[in-house]
Design a protein around this ligand. Structure first.
Ligand SMILES: CC(C)(COP(=O)(O)OP(=O)(O)OC[C@H]1O[C@@H](n2cnc3c(N)ncnc32)[C@H](O)[C@@H]1OP(=O)(O)O)[C@@H](O)C(=O)NCCC(=O)NCCS
Length: 302
């Protein structure tokens, strides 16, 4: 089968949505397609066969300049397992490189064996870390209002202690430092350069600290807007002992109760999510487990 690749246009949208629905009738593509189509650099790309039949779609976004993220790949069920996904990913990597990427990343579910095989084994991506995500995570059944949480917004004077805590967390963390932006949750897979990683975030009021006498826990929380328009608190780092973890959860639940946010989204290095699960508390209304995924990356050097 000879494959061709090209950028998608608005005219392709009905066929793209039909393909996505054939893979999963509840596919979220319909919510994001317009926004993803408009992205420059990046956007949506398609794979077709000789007759022009649509076989696959996928998008590229640039999380930071030079840092590309491949997402929403769907191969038509009738041609899955025939190498289309592998060739399309190869094209996407080349395309991202042409658009200025020096690193390309993708995230896939822990049980998506086809992607582990094509990225991790066939196309030379390396495993950068494990991730976990909960959407709408925090139950309002969390501890009642009025309970001291020991949590406050960090200020400049906290920076040295927090940097120490952050470095400590990195020694045991299965993922390097992660700093989400404001609107797009895939920004959580962007990595800032080394240096004083927390300074800018503290200045922006996005770091929470736990500990009355001395900081013993930190969380990175970004107010953002979900694609459904809800005000969401996006938590991308949550480090500390059990008391600190519980303090952060109470604090976040309080933010929802007080109406400052309507939803909490946790997207954390997997070990931090596992530590939250280890609290063993009924802190999610449906007692759902997080979604665990693996982040792969391919770098091109400078
Ligand atoms: C995942 C997906 C994109 C892969 O595309 P594809 O065209 O089927 O993949 P390929 O044919 O290139 O296969 C890649 C490798 O994975 C293997 N593979 C495919 N499906 C597999 C499965 N279910 N279990 C284990 N290995 C599998 C293939 O055998 C191949 O390895 P090989 O060359 O050694 O034989 C496609 O199956 C798909 O659209 N799935 C639904 C949506 C999805 O999961 N998207 C990815 C989100 S990150």
């Amino acid at each position: 089968m000879k494959l061709t690749f090209r950028r998608a246009t608005d005219d392709d949208k009905p066929a793209m949505l039909a393909l996505a629905a054939s893979v999963d009738p509840d596919d979220y593509l319909r919510w994001v397609i317009d926004g993803y189509m408009k992205e420059r650099p990046g956007g949506f790309y398609l794979t077709e066969d000789e007759s022009g039949r649509l076989l696959a779609l996928a998008s590229i976004t640039f999380i930071r300049p030079g840092q590309a993220f491949l997402r929403t790949m769907r191969v038509h069920p009738e041609v899955q397992g025939q190498g289309v996904g592998t060739e399309f990913t190869r094209f996407q990597v080349d395309q991202a490189k042409r658009l200025g990427a020096r690193v390309v990343r993708l995230l896939t579910a822990e049980d998506n064996r086809a992607v582990h095989r094509l990225a991790g084994e066939k196309l030379g991506f390396t495993l950068r870390g494990r991730w976990a995500t909960w959407w709408d995570s925090l139950s309002l059944t969390l501890p009642p209002d009025g309970q001291a949480t020991g949590v406050r917004v960090a200020v400049g004077d906290d920076a040295p202690a927090l940097d120490g805590l952050f470095r400590e967390s990195q020694e045991v963390c299965s993922c390097p430092g992660v700093f989400a932006g404001e609107e797009e949750s895939s920004e959580m897979y962007a990595f800032e350069p080394a240096g004083e990683p927390l300074a800018g975030l503290i200045e922006a009021g996005r770091v929470l600290v736990h500990g009355v006498a001395a900081p013993d826990g930190l969380a990175v929380v970004t107010p953002s807007t979900g694609y459904d328009g809800r005000s969401t608190l996006l938590v991308t780092y949550l480090w500390g002992g059990p008391e600190a973890r519980l303090g952060f959860l109470r604090h976040l639940a309080g933010e929802v109760r007080s109406g400052r946010a309507t939803a909490i989204e946790l997207s954390l290095p997997a070990d931090q999510a596992e530590a939250l699960e280890a609290l063993g508390r009924a802190w999610h209304p449906e007692d759902q487990r997080p979604w665990y995924g693996r982040l792969y990356e391919k770098t091109f050097g400078r």
